[in-house]
Design a protein around this ligand. Structure first.
Ligand code: DP6
Length: 370
């Protein structure tokens, strides 16, 4: 079992400059992460579907500007990087990256030796209300690991992906589930082999064919800025009256979902997933201060989905993240009738009629390596 100190790099090779480019996907949690301890340790284990189309593409160019082995003044100065969004400088994004570099500095001591140019873009519309922190932090972590691998040519693939997920977690918890695999577990769970609080692992059992190419159509109900940052939201689980029961429930739901993913029981799948979504929002409604992130149209959509499911017996369900958008989840073999239903009955509840068709994906991908 790896511990934090196993992730401290001690480079053996040296490299002057180069650039990498990686894409990393967004993910949607089925059992939700909501509540954390010091150093980005989750209060409970969570599991997510990796998405395929919603992703961040990040290029990292680097040039060595001094040797870290000399105790030069510059070394103490900190990190040197410029940040571009869609090719143009974006100062607003810099503090987040600065904070991320500070958090991972102990594990990546080579970072201060380089000047970085980070150029990033998303495949989904900016301000769609789709969080880009998971895909963004994962894409950056993949690039950093490509640099670390160049400094450490003997690194194994297993370590490469584990540490990428470990670093991504320090950027944003859910980002550690956007590194590798279609279904990813993060957080110690007694029944999931090798699961860890420190990084995400691929769901280890054979997944039933009902979940092959599972569909996620994201209905953009409210594209506004988040009312509550996830950091503030997680914090409200400290001293929350229902926290302990919630954390225990998440553990049980993950046990139950494990069986469901193995056996393909879609009725049970829908029950667990919808209950998790509503519980997440119930936690927000019962914290102090309390807040409601659903919008009237979120509820309209949920009711329409329930009515359609009762009438047609088609196994379609919803989940939510910390916002008003609705993820509509369904198997591939009912795609045509569900898309027709979405067009006929749900699009009217979306802001400017916007929705994004996605499906289960595989994780990050290397695009440029030199
Ligand atoms: C509701 O990963 O965004 O999407 O660790 O503070 O960056 P930080 O939080 P973040 O929280 C995601 C919460 C969630 C549920 C989930 O993805 O599991």
């Amino acid at each position: 079992m790896l511990s934090e100190k196993d992730f401290i790099a001690n480079p053996t090779a040296s490299i002057e400059n180069g650039n990498f480019q990686w894409s990393a996907p967004s993910n949607i949690a089925l059992v939700k992460y909501w509540g954390k301890k010091e150093n980005q340790i989750p209060a409970n284990s969570s599991i997510s579907f990796t998405l395929n189309n919603c992703k961040t593409i990040t290029k990292l160019a680097f040039v060595k500007h001094f040797d870290t082995s000399t105790s030069s003044v510059q070394a103490k100065k900190g990190f040197s990087f410029s940040l571009l969004f869609e090719g143009k400088p974006k100062e607003e994004f810099k503090p987040k990256i600065q904070k991320f570099f500070e958090r991972i500095a102990i594990y990546c001591p080579y970072l201060k030796a380089y000047h970085f140019t980070i150029d990033t873009e998303n495949t989904f519309p900016h301000s769609s209300g789709i969080a880009s922190s998971a895909s963004g932090m994962a894409a950056l972590s993949m690039n950093i690991m490509s640099l670390e691998k160049a400094l450490h040519p003997e690194m194994t693939d297993a370590y490469f992906y584990q540490k990428a997920s470990f670093l991504a977690r320090l950027g944003s918890g859910s980002a550690c589930r956007s590194v590798k695999g279609s279904i990813v577990v993060w957080g110690n769970h007694t029944e999931i082999d090798d699961s860890s609080d420190l990084f995400g692992v691929e769901f280890p059992s054979k997944i039933h064919k009902n979940f092959n190419n599972y569909q996620d159509t994201i209905l953009l109900v409210d594209k506004g800025e988040k009312q509550v940052s996830s950091t503030v939201g997680h914090d409200l689980m400290h001293n929350h009256p229902f926290a302990e029961q919630r954390f225990a429930q998440a553990h049980e739901n993950l046990s139950a979902l494990k069986t469901v993913l193995e056996t393909g029981n879609l009725q049970e799948f829908m029950k667990i997933v919808e209950s998790e979504a509503l519980t997440l929002h119930a936690m927000m409604m019962t914290s102090m201060p309390y807040f409601i992130l659903m919008k009237p149209n979120t509820l309209e959509i949920i009711n329409r989905i329930w009515k359609f499911r009762t009438e047609t017996k088609i196994p379609v369900c919803f989940t939510l993240d910390a916002g008003a958008n609705v993820h509509v989840l369904y198997p591939e073999n009912v795609r045509d009738p569900v898309l027709q239903f979405i067009k006929d009955e749900l699009v009217g509840y979306c802001q400017n009629g916007q929705y994004i068709c996605d499906a289960i994906g595989k994780g990050s991908q290397l695009i440029i390596d030199n």
